[in-house]
Design a protein around this ligand. Structure first.
Ligand code: FES
Ligand SMILES: [Fe+2]
Length: 342
């Protein structure tokens, strides 16, 4: 059994990586796309292929004002995917007057990233993106980013956080952590309590003693997660998972830490970040070589895996019934006008 691509908001690029006028080709959701920022600063994501004769707008396309110009014959499209100029035609093609002729993905810029809404039937966004407050707080550091491309469906990577038994075998945890899951529509909160060497108020590690550390991980749909450590050692992380195809994904971690902490606590925060990165590298060979076990043989110590899977199943839709003129349906409703269902 293979898992389809779930619908949701997915991070495509860091905001800082796309200056006004920039154009980039992208491939996510098994679809070729073009990402660009108009001169007024607005980011757009559209399907890649020009409706005229099929050039890829992300390879040589140029931003002019608030339009994207095709590299092949110079036709211009605005951010909604509507053709606004054909430089050599006496009359605009009839379809240009009928509305967008390129699908334009709903886009938002939040948490220092550019997000696109993906739905296999081009249904408009069903929820809004939440903010990780630390990412806009001047008392927290600029983000420290890590990314990977991994051969795995995204559901499998998300399951990692509730699969508590693997923390001991794969990551060498001192004991199986406790996980408590709360589900609320597209949101999921997992509280993990794990045993670790104690840290005193000066930030010295006391290997003779242990203490319980608390980690709160929140998921907002299938593509966004945040992690905050609420012990003495504070760091916050935005984790994004974006499907490249149904079986391949891009994983990005962006960490921030308080600016005004002692050198010792800063060193510990860096150690914690390095440890989380190391743990992902330990998970990757398992994810890339495993198969999806649709009917797993679970035991009582496995953690809330079945609960996680029931929650995740709400993000699947039947992609086979995509309507033919899908572009028109969705582009006429920009995300800010879409009804958001919590
Ligand atoms: S293919 Fe784009 S303008 Fe001709
Ligand atoms: Fe893991």
């Amino acid at each position: 059994m293979s898992l389809p691509i779930p619908f949701g908001w997915y991070a495509l690029e860091y905001s800082a990586e796309l200056s006004p006028g920039a154009v980039k080709p992208l491939f996510y959701f098994d679809e070729h796309m073009v990402l660009f920022r108009t001169e007024d600063g607005q980011a757009h994501v559209m399907e890649a292929y020009c409706p005229h004769l099929g050039a890829h707008l992300g390879h040589g396309g140029k931003v002019q004002g608030d339009a994207l110009t095709c590299p092949f014959h110079g036709w211009q499209f605005d951010g909604s995917g509507t053709c606004v100029s054909v430089p050599y035609a006496r009359a605009m093609p009839k379809r240009a007057a009928e509305g967008p002729c390129l699908y334009s993905y709903p886009v938002q810029e939040r948490n220092q990233m550019i997000w696109a809404w993906y739905h296999p039937r081009r249904v408009v966004p069903l929820w809004d993106i939440d903010d990780l407050p630390e990412l806009s707080d001047p008392d927290w550091s600029p983000i420290d980013c890590y990314d990977w491309e991994i051969e795995s469906p995204i559901q499998e990577a998300g399951e990692n956080g509730v699969d508590i038994a693997h923390f001991v075998t794969v990551h060498g945890a001192l004991g199986v952590p406790e996980a408590d899951i709360t589900l609320d529509g597209h949101r999921r909160e997992t509280k993990l309590a794990a045993v670790a060497p104690a840290i005193d108020d000066e930030g010295q590690i006391d290997f003779a003693n242990t203490e319980t550390i608390h980690l709160v991980s929140r998921n907002y749909g299938p593509g966004m997660s945040t992690q905050t450590f609420t012990s003495k050692l504070k760091t916050a992380m935005l984790g994004t998972i974006t499907p490249i195809t149904a079986g391949r994904m891009k994983l990005c971690f962006a960490f921030t830490k308080p600016r005004n902490i002692s050198a010792q606590f800063n060193m510990l925060a860096d150690g914690m970040i390095a440890e989380i990165v190391r743990q992902v590298q330990q998970d990757i060979p398992i994810w890339e070589n495993k198969k999806y076990a649709a009917s797993p043989m679970l035991c009582d110590g496995d953690g809330p895996i079945a609960k996680y899977r029931r929650w995740f199943s709400q993000f699947y839709d039947d992609a086979s019934v995509r309507p033919k003129r899908a572009a028109v349906i969705a582009s006429s409703e920009r995300p800010e006008q879409a009804a958001l269902v919590g």
